[in-house]
Structures are given as C-alpha cells and as structure tokens.
Ligand binder design. Structure first.
Ligand code: BJW
Length: 225
C-alpha cells in the first residue's frame, strides 16, 4: 500500500486568518520568540506567555478551514493508500476540515500541561497564570505547546512514517525550524518522492524534487483532485 506523508506549517492556515511566524508582520515581528516560545520565557513571565496563547486560542476558535485544509481531508478520505498528516500547527483547522488522523508535533492550543507531573487536560478557553494542576495539585498549568529547546511530540512515530513514505509533501512551512525542516532529507534517504507547496522556496527548498508555487488553497486542490 502506498503511503503519503504530509507536513504542514503556518502557511496553510494563513488564508484562514491565522498569522504565520516569520512574515514581515508575522508573530515574531510582534513578540520576541525568547519571551513567548521558550521554557525560560514562561518561567520569567508566565502571564505574558499565557496571554499570548489565550489570544491565539480565541483567534483559532473563530477561524474556519480553507480550501487547502479541505483538499487534504478529501485526500485522506479518498486515497486508496495511507495518508499521514504531521502538522507543526497548534490550531485545529485540519480537524475542523474533517481530517481524522492528525499528528500535532508542536502540541495544540486546546491542551494544558502540568509542568511538574506532565498530566495533560483540555485547556479552558482562557487560561490563567498559576492555574493548578487537577491531577497532582503541586504544579501549575502551561499551554501544551512545544517550545524551543523542548522535544517535539511523536518523533519515533513520525520517523517511522518517513522511512515508509512513497511521497513526502511539505506545505506552507519555511524550513527554518528543526527537526521538521530535516524531514525532507530523511524521507529522501528512504526513497520518497518529495514535493513542496509554498508561496516561495523554503530554506530547504533545494532538497525537494518537485515544487508547486502558490497559495495552499489554490495548489492543494489541484494536486489532490
Ligand atoms: C504559504 C502561504 C500560503 C504563507 N500558502 N504557503 C538543528 C537540528 C535540530 C534542532 C536544531 C538545530 N538547530 C537549532 C535547533 C533547535 C531548534 C531550532 O530549530 N531552531 C531554529 C531556529 C534553528 N529546534 C527546537 O528547539 C525544537 N526541538 C528540538 O530540536 O529538540 C531536539 C531534537 C533534535 C532532533 C530530533 C528531535 C528533537 C523545538 C521547536 C519548537 C518550535 N516551536 C514553535 C512555537 C511553538 C508553537 C506555536 O506557538 O505555534 O513552533 S516556533 C514556530 O516555528 C512554531 C512553528 O510550528 C514553527 C515552524 O514555523 P512554520 O510553520 O514554518 O511558519 P513560518 O512562519 O516560518 O513559515 C510560513 C511559511 O508559509 C513560509 O514559507 C511562507 O512562504 C508560507 N506561506 N502563506 C502556502 N497561503
């Protein structure tokens, strides 16, 4: 059975109104990455970090999937092989589009995590800094998000899928953040055909054999249908 592994990044959600990170007016132009996306930043100023993710959770709750998300959900439903979707995104737009199997390697806005005992639970719509862990009562809640310096989730499973991939596609990701940026090299090492969907070539764009330039809501339906 043939296997397609797809990696998505912030670009696929851009046309749903969610900001990307590295664009001129992107999230990192408005916030210092060290302040809001590192464990050290959270230790220094938990309120700043919790507020940053509360705002993004509220924005994501109001967002709707676009034609790019819908095309990938159709691919999963109709392809007669296996489709594995790995996303770096913390929104739930793939799920809202009807995708059944989504691997969130950088966590999810919908989750809360205890810094002391690793217990996970559904985040309230508005988290408060200092919310107590419902399991151990010792630790405090943090967003269940993978920050710089932390180990992304499901890595063993992802590398197993990459080793079995017949096709590897990356959609709307700048190729600046590892280990995700290394997936194309890994998939190629095991013989996958590789294809990039983006508005412009990513930082690892030279490693892809095929390239579809344009917005994901335009290129993905044409690839899938
Ligand atoms: C469109 C579009 C449209 C726009 N249509 N396209 C070398 C090797 C390994 C690790 C490192 C290394 N060097 C340094 C590291 C450490 C570090 C890292 O990579 N740093 C770099 C800055 C160099 N990595 C880590 O710390 C990671 N952990 C780790 O490595 O653990 C050890 C380990 C090693 C080896 C194996 C396994 C583990 C953790 C990284 C955590 C990233 N966290 C963030 C924030 C949290 C999530 C959140 O708040 O949302 O995740 S950072 C941010 O970047 C976010 C994103 O998921 C991630 C990627 O960004 P993305 O999605 O690519 O967005 P943009 O904005 O960069 O790009 C958007 C793209 O879309 C652009 O290309 C546009 O052109 C395009 N686009 N509109 C199509 N309509």
């Amino acid at each position: 059975m043939s296997k397609i592994v797809i990696l998505t990044g912030a670009g696929i959600s851009a046309e749903s109104g969610l900001g990307t990170f590295r664009a001129e007016n992107g999230l990192w132009a408005q916030h210092r990455v060290e302040d809001v996306a590192t464990p050290e930043g959270f230790a220094r100023d938990p309120k700043l970090v919790v507020d940053f993710y509360n705002a993004r959770r509220a924005q994501a709750a109001d967002a709707a999937p676009n034609e790019g998300h819908m095309a990938l959900a159709r691919l999963e439903a109709e392809y007669d092989g296996e489709v594995v979707l790995v996303t770096q995104n913390v929104d739930d737009l793939h799920e809202k589009a009807g995708m059944r199997r989504v691997i969130h390697m950088h966590g999810a806005l919908s989750g809360a995590l205890c810094g002391a005992c690793d217990h996970r639970w559904d985040a309230p719509r508005v988290m408060a800094p200092g919310d107590a862990c419902p399991a151990c009562g010792r630790g405090t809640a943090r967003p269940d998000i993978v920050w710089f310096g932390e180990m992304p989730y499901h890595m063993d499973e992802i590398f197993d899928h990459l080793a079995e991939a017949d096709v590897f596609a990356a959609v709307g990701t700048s190729g600046n953040v590892y280990p995700a940026a290394g997936f194309v090299a890994e998939a190629r090492r095991f013989g996958a055909r590789t294809i990039e969907f983006n508005l412009e070539r990513s930082a690892v764009g030279n490693l892809f054999e095929d390239y579809r330039e344009g917005s994901a809501s335009w290129t993905l339906p044409r690839w899938v249908d």
